[in-house]
Design a protein around this ligand. Structure first.
Ligand SMILES: *Cc1c(COP(=O)(O)O)cnc(C)c1O
Length: 404
């Protein structure tokens, strides 16, 4: 069986963890944390980088830094992971979902402006599959309406928009080092801070609402409780693990891109015949090969393809369900402050023929998001995936469409 994902170990992880353990400094903000943060700042041009225990935590820090209050509105794509919006919901925000582009799952920048009200505070673009959103358009909208931009760059390490690193363009950026991402620490994340106004406060929020970082730098002679916050910083063991991955990032990225290209070339004939769509990288974006996906013609066809591949020893998976149709969102849609949306019941026919009821927010129609939720299929993608295995996946997909 070819698995969908396999975490890659460079070989140095245990060694660096051993060093961290025997250095006697295990808590956060030690040598390895600083090494990682400095690398990201120097390499990607972030004004400040802070390691976190996850991207979810980085997003929560961002929501606090944006000073989200109950009733504030946040614009985000619906085709994304729960954490993108949950961080803001926890601060009391109302999420206003925006549709995806036609040819990729990223937020459609041309649909953002009509969603802005006087309560809108933040736009959260998600760089799906590590491919940049059209950031010039988004930053221009934000400037004109005086909004903040938080990039969900969870999948976007080492990827660029017009030569600028993703996560360095918005006011804040959030990355993930979860074991399913390109470089990993098991669980782990990073907050990038590009607007100087947020730097001091970000360190305080990071260290449980205290000015401990300033104390350790000798800037104040005692530290205390100065703000809200939490324990967002990871232990040295996480950063030690990540350091081994950072040292090998170039070889990891090079191999992943080879695999991506092999899929693309191998499946091009099927796209040419109109059986499926392949990801297209816009001119302004780079490809960090976080993911290889195809877009099938229907939910039925995707379900059959997943089964066919599984029967032939290949694990493929679909991705997000539309968040605007989730039970949590529809269940809370009319109860959050400032949110007067109505919901109604819909009968949904599932692929197996069964009928289920689903609540929908009245008038909230995001067809491109729904299409990616129904039709997008992710293929195995990991460093150790062999050329012969990629060929096997490609062959199986050809066989599926040829037998009709
Ligand atoms: C993985 C992911 C997250 C969550 O990252 P964690 O580090 O697991 O918290 C958030 N947003 C997107 C788009 C992701 O892909």
């Amino acid at each position: 069986m070819i698995p969908f994902n396999k975490p890659f170990l460079t070989g140095k992880e245990a060694h660096y963890i051993y060093q961290a353990v025997y250095s006697g400094k295990l808590s956060g903000n030690g040598v390895y944390t600083k090494k990682c943060q400095t690398f990201f700042e120097d390499h990607y041009g972030f004004k400040k980088a802070l390691m976190t225990t996850s991207c979810t935590d980085a997003l929560e820090m961002a929501a606090i830094l944006c000073d989200i209050k109950p009733g504030d509105e946040v614009i985000a794509p619906s085709y994304t992971f729960v954490s993108t919006v949950l961080a803001f919901v926890r601060q009391g925000a109302k999420i206003v979902f925006c549709d995806s582009c036609k040819d990729n799952p990223n937020i459609d920048p041309d649909k953002i402006e009509s969603l802005i009200t006087e309560r809108t505070k933040v736009i959260v673009p998600v760089h799906y599959a590590g491919v940049a959103c059209d950031m010039d358009k988004i930053m221009d909208i934000a400037r004109r309406h005086n909004l903040l931009v938080v990039e969900d760059a969870a999948q976007a390490i080492d990827s660029y928009y017009k030569g600028r690193a993703l996560g360095s363009i918005g006011h804040l950026g959030c990355f993930s080092f979860h074991e399913t991402k390109n470089i990993i620490a098991g669980e782990g994340g990073l907050l990038s801070i590009n607007d100087e106004r947020f730097i001091r406060r970000s360190e305080i929020i990071w260290e449980k609402g205290t000015n401990r970082s300033e104390f350790f730098r000798g800037e104040v002679n005692k530290y205390g409780w100065v703000d809200t916050g939490s324990s967002f910083l990871p232990s040295e063991l996480i950063s030690a693990f990540l350091w081994a991955q950072i040292e090998n990032m170039d070889i990891i990225q090079t191999r992943r891109k080879e695999i991506w290209e092999q899929y693309y070339e191998g499946l091009k004939p099927l796209a040419g015949k109109g059986y499926l769509e392949l990801p297209e990288i816009p001119d302004y974006a780079t490809n960090n090969a976080h993911m290889f996906y195809v877009v099938c013609r229907s939910l039925e066809e995707r379900t059959k393809l997943i089964k066919y591949l599984k029967d032939n020893g290949v694990m493929s998976v679909f991705h997000y369900l539309s968040l605007h149709k989730s039970g949590f969102y529809t269940g809370h849609a009319d109860s959050r402050p400032g949110n007067l949306q109505e919901v109604e019941m819909h009968n949904v026919k599932n692929f197996d023929g069964s009928i289920t009821d689903e609540l929908r927010v009245v008038g909230l129609d995001l067809p491109e998001c729904d299409r990616f939720a129904d039709c997008l299929l992710r293929l195995p993608m990991y460093y150790e995936l062999e050329t012969a295995e990629v060929n096997e996946v490609i062959r199986s997909i050809h066989a599926f469409y040829e037998k009709g």
